[in-house]
Design a protein around this ligand. Structure first.
Ligand SMILES: *Cc1c(COP(=O)(O)O)cnc(C)c1O
Length: 399
């Protein structure tokens, strides 16, 4: 880490909104820039002995990573710098590399599609056994973590009866917005001897801090809220455990899944406005979710901020907000969902989430989406536009 990077102690007592703005600044030398530079160099001057971690070559380190990695660690409440990766999936792959050969992974059936796809492929190739669970069902998660038992279906439990080695947590899930009891399942995972990895992309550290709820590693698709403008693909991993960080860093260096300096600089720039973006998009989402719930064209709304949502009480306990992703099941089926998406003028028909612009898509248009996701479900990533404009567009689209 760059010795000039500000330490977390300097920011003790600051609100996270301020940390997002203040962290990762260069030293206050008169005349020097207030923003860190983009450093475009694949190699660094040096002679003689080099040890791992020395700034020698661009695949091992880049000064542009440091301010972003410092800022994200501070926001997640980690005592070690974060690690930036080429993408969220690169961070996920690095986290999955923590599973010992022949080990067992417990993962939500409604995890991000790329993550389940990668885990399934690794399991098919024999790297580990995979048990997919309803992450909101704490009893089921505990049983699958402990192993030994026979699942309800009667079929053989993946990985035989052995206890799990890694619990993957996503809460709320994508796109079903199920909410896990994160501290309860993290404690159960540790009892079983398993590591806990939480994908905190949907919530951002401003809304949920999984390390404080018992996770060992947090990963992000920085592509989404952290960068926030749908113009960057980037990932990150965060942990307070130096040994885990070392293993992740080695994986990143050896697999070359490193972040581009320019993307990392863009992500830090995006991070500066994270609090404002999250505040506005969450307020918009809460208002739209309650209006959608009363709309005759809508069969069901999935949003943990709704008082009658099954995840509402849990979300209130472990999150400081409810995020800005809404799942909406259209009463008129898949055709009505497609028609809605096609008629919107302000909302953009596109996948992804977490940008300033509101995005909408029918999830089952993805051929790999699980069949447990209803055909008429549209996922809305609510942006920072004026809520009345967003509502007017939805309302005309549903007529
Ligand atoms: C997008 C996303 C990912 C994958 O990140 P990329 O940056 O696209 O590689 C992982 N998890 C969640 C929850 C995501 O939304």
């Amino acid at each position: 880490m760059d010795s000039s990077a500000p330490t977390a102690e300097e920011h003790t007592g600051l609100h996270q909104d301020s940390v997002a703005v203040a962290s990762g600044r260069p030293d206050r030398e008169p005349g020097s820039a207030v923003n860190p530079p983009v450093v475009l160099s694949s190699t660094y001057f040096g002679q003689g002995q080099v040890t791992a971690g020395d700034r020698s070559y661009g695949r091992y380190s880049n000064p542009t990573w440091d301010p972003f990695e410092t800022a994200l660690a501070e926001l997640e409440g980690a005592s070690e710098p974060a690690l930036a990766y080429a993408s969220g999936m690169a961070a996920a792959a690095s986290a999955l590399s923590l599973v010992p050969p022949g080990g067992t992974v417990v993962m939500p059936n409604h995890s991000y599609g790329g993550t389940v796809g990668l885990a399934q492929r690794l399991a098919d190739d024999g790297a580990f056994s995979l048990r997919l669970v309803n992450i909101a069902d704490t009893a089921e998660v505990k049983a699958q973590l402990a192993g030994g038992g026979q699942p309800a279906g009667g079929e053989q439990l993946a990985g035989g009866g052995q206890p799990a080695d890694l619990l993957w947590v996503e809460s709320p899930t994508n796109p079903m917005l199920e909410v896990a009891d994160v501290s309860a399942i993290a404690a159960a995972a540790h009892d079983a001897g398993a590591l806990v990895v939480a994908d905190n992309t949907f919530s951002t550290p401003l809304v949920q801090q999984p390390l404080g709820l018992g996770a060992d590693v947090v990963i992000h698709s920085v592509t989404k809220y952290l960068a926030g403008h749908s113009d960057v693909v980037l990932g990150a991993a965060v942990t307070s455990d130096p040994q885990l960080r070392e293993r992740l860093l080695t994986h990143r260096s050896m697999h070359g899944s490193i972040a581009g300096p320019f993307e990392t600089w863009m992500a830090l720039r995006g991070l500066r406005t994270l609090a404002l973006r999250v505040e506005r998009s969450q307020a918009n989402a809460a208002e739209l979710a309650s209006r959608l719930q009363r709309h005759p064209a809508v069969a069901a709304v999935r949003f943990p901020g709704l008082p009658d949502d099954p995840g509402h009480e849990r979300a209130k306990r472990q999150m400081s907000g409810f995020g800005s992703i809404i799942g909406v099941e259209m009463a008129g089926g898949a055709a009505a969902a497609d028609a809605l998406v096609g008629r919107l003028k302000l909302w953009l028909p596109a996948t992804s989430l977490g940008g300033v612009e509101s995005l909408i898509e029918r999830r089952r248009r993805h051929t790999n989406e699980p069949e447990t996701v209803p055909e008429p479900l549209v996922r809305m990533s609510v942006g920072i536009e004026h809520v009345e404009d967003l509502w007017a567009d939805l309302d005309q689209g549903m007529r």
